[in-house]
Design a protein around this ligand. Structure first.
Ligand code: UDP
Ligand code: MG
Length: 327
């Protein structure tokens, strides 16, 4: 389990603070002022105690200094500075480990997750739901190619795993303390958060919203990263790609058997037919290809098993601001 949760044993999560907002930040300097302004204008009227935990995920711009400055003006804004860029999923995990709220809401720094939805989420939570997730009704500022690939990804992964991963749903959601404690018990290094959030279950409900374009800055995702993200999701939640090869192998063997029988009969009737180079090549190349793909798929899983057995800590914190009982 995570090393850092041990350091938090002096403070009891879910006792004093109502809401924890978690913001993973990677090169988000131009968004921060407006983000805090909007967040705080939404949080204040709720009359709840809250904390805003910003996780600086190895930003290369001035994000860290800007966050520290905000913390100095408002101690409810707390900062965790990771030792390098670990990726959004891990940054969010760090935030979850540090969060003390009775409910926790991860939110993007680029204002693509409208803070105004938080009020509605809290209302649903107070009605008794454990997870209130935001579902994107529309997505602006994203190319049709991204929307189409995202759609097909959700469809494919749903066919491959029994876990119901909600469509068009990001990480923007409210989760009760009970859910967070459940997620903290999942020790895996490869963290496909959407899947983990779904895996833990609990009483869930969705709220629809229109996803706006990024406020400022550029997305950190390109198609190569998205492809790897999709692989992460599939390998974390499905063993279908591993198992399918036994069936493909069986199918090819059957064809091979029928073809062999045909060749034997043909040879017996018509005698030996020497030329056969083309068909031999086709069969050899085809089988070689299939075997390489199988090895590749096994490699994808084996690589992840390798990462898991190393049991390295998920992240390292360089320093933190605003967490009294630590550092
Ligand atoms: N992010 C992060 N580490 C990374 C990449 C992204 O903490 O390595 C954060 C980023 O600062 C933002 C959120 O994750 O708050 C979503 O990133 P982005 O907007 O680039 O993703 P998109 O909305 O395009 O899927
Ligand atoms: Mg974004």
């Amino acid at each position: 389990m995570n090393t850092y949760s041990n350091e938090l044993k002096n403070i009891q999560p879910g006792k004093t603070i109502d809401l924890s907002i978690i913001i993973p930040c990677y090169n988000e300097e131009p968004n921060l002022d407006y983000l805090f302004e909007r967040l705080i204008s939404v949080l204040k009227p709720l009359n709840m105690t809250y904390e805003i935990i910003c996780v600086n995920d190895g930003s290369r711009d001035n994000t860290l200094n800007c966050l520290i400055e905000h913390h100095q003006h408002n101690s409810l804004i707390k900062v965790i500075n990771l030792s390098r860029n670990f990726g959004k999923e891990v940054a969010m995990t760090a935030g979850l480990d540090y969060a003390m709220g009775k409910a926790v809401i991860p939110i993007d720094a680029d204002l693509q997750d409208p803070p105004e939805l938080i009020g509605d989420m809290v209302a649903k939570w107070q009605e008794g739901y454990d997870v209130v997730y935001g579902t994107r009704k529309s997505r602006s500022g994203e190319s049709w190619l991204k929307q189409m690939t995202a759609n097909s990804f959700y469809r494919v992964i749903q066919k491959m795993t029994p876990i119901k991963i909600p469509q068009d749903t990001g990480d923007f959601r409210l989760m009760d303390r009970q859910v967070i404690e459940a997620i903290k018990q999942l020790p895996e290094t490869h963290r496909f958060m959407k899947g983990l959030f779904a895996w833990v279950g609990f009483k869930q409900i969705s709220l629809e919203y229109d996803r706006p374009a990024r406020y400022k800055g550029v997305t950190k995702w390109n198609y190569w990263k998205l492809w790897n993200f999709a692989l992460e999701g599939i390998t974390s939640f499905s063993a279908v790609p591993l198992k399918i090869w036994s069936y493909i192998g069986l199918f090819i063997s059957c064809i091979g058997f029928v073809y062999a029988a045909y060749l034997i009969v043909k040879t017996l009737i018509l005698g030996i037919d020497v030329p056969g180079y083309a068909s031999l090549m086709v069969v050899t190349l085809f089988l070689g290809g299939v075997q390489l793909i199988t090895l590749g798929v096994m490699g994808e899983y084996l690589g992840r098993v390798h990462d898991e057995v190393k049991k390295r800590p998920l992240y390292l914190v360089r320093e933190s601001y605003g967490f009294k009982d630590k550092y």
